[in-house]
Design a protein around this ligand. Structure first.
Ligand code: MRU
Length: 315
């Protein structure tokens, strides 16, 4: 699998995540092209969006000037509201005299962070659950394809798997866009990790049946108090994990922790097009709600694992 996102010959090259399991590259050289790719989830996952945002500023500098450039940079930052990394990546590149160097630093830091998160998360799970082999549960895709490479939650799985300490991974399919069934499953199969995809509604009861030792998820934004926004369907897993008395870990880079957001109540939850939920078989009068994320309260989070620390925000 090529890198999820990179800068090649003055253009942004991305693995098209709408096409997986077919591997197809999308190349963009304009801000409009990038904003469209972000909105359509060609590139997705908080860390990858951070790199996309930073590289987008480079495109803006190369193709626009004056107020048009400023407006374009603001449009990139606002293309998806919940994943804080997008705005952070934009800000870092926009504040630099050399946006390309800054963007490449965001890219390289993400790679290094993921490896550190993976190793620290693996060590923490050994401490909490014993040496394994462990039965893990994850949601959405927090793997190499949500970052530049390696992954956050799946980075923990990779580190454990390299040490022969994974029994299997339960991957929620992740409604409505199937990031788990399409993207996480591709990564787990590539790693050679035994895995089962379950429908989102089955996740909590799989935990209640005692089939899981720990839940490991990524994050789109962690508030200063530890409340964690992640793909819709994460919160029920946290409730089930608390009820079952198993660890619920959030694995993310420090750049996902947002000190400016005091609690989950201030996190903007992206509401996506209801067409992603509705099908032709439904009555015409049927409407949908399509929140893309939910917030897990800090008291349900056993630990947030970043490249720098293990943070236990709960009571
Ligand atoms: O809508 P998506 O696919 O961008 O949502 C992604 C998630 O919710 C991930 O779990 C999160 O960004 C962590 S990625 C390392």
């Amino acid at each position: 699998m090529p890198r999820t996102i990179d800068w090649v010959d003055g253009r942004i090259v991305m693995v098209d995540q709408t096409a997986l399991p077919q591997v197809r590259l999308v190349i963009v050289d304009t801000v409009d092209g990038l904003v469209d790719a972000i909105r359509r989830l060609v590139v997705r996952g908080a860390p990858a969006l951070g790199v996309a945002g930073a590289l987008g500023v480079v495109l803006a500098h190369r193709t626009l000037d004056g107020p048009g450039r400023d407006a374009a940079i603001a449009r990139i930052a606002a293309a998806r509201p919940t994943a804080v990394n997008l705005a952070v990546g934009v800000r870092r590149a926009a504040a630099s005299d050399d946006p390309l160097a800054a963007a490449l630093t965001v890219r390289d830091e993400d790679i290094a962070s993921c490896h550190a998160i993976g190793d620290r998360g693996a060590a923490l799970l050994a401490e909490l659950c014993g040496p394994g082999p462990l039965r893990l549960h994850t949601h959405c895709n927090a793997g190499a394809l949500a970052c530049v490479e390696w992954g956050t939650a799946l980075g923990v799985v990779r580190s454990l798997h390299e040490a022969g300490r994974v029994a299997y991974v339960v991957a929620d399919e992740t409604r409505p866009l199937l990031q788990g069934a399409r993207i996480t499953a591709v990564e787990l199969a590539e790693m050679g990790v035994e895995h089962r995809v379950v429908v989102d509604g089955a996740g909590p009861s799989v935990i209640a049946r005692g089939l899981v030792d720990a839940v490991v998820v990524g994050a789109d934004r962690v508030a200063a108090n530890g409340d964690t926004a992640n793909k819709i369907g994460t919160y029920p897993l946290a409730l089930a994990a608390a009820r079952a008395g198993i660890p619920f870990l959030v694995a993310c880079p420090e750049s996902t922790v947002d000190p400016a957001t005091s609690s989950g109540a201030s996190i903007e939850i992206e509401e996506r097009d209801e067409a992603e939920v509705l099908t032709a078989a439904m009555p015409e009068a049927t409407r949908a709600w399509n929140p893309a994320f939910d917030v897990t309260p800090a008291d349900l989070v056993t630990a947030v694992v970043t490249e720098r620390r293990v943070w236990r925000p709960g009571p």
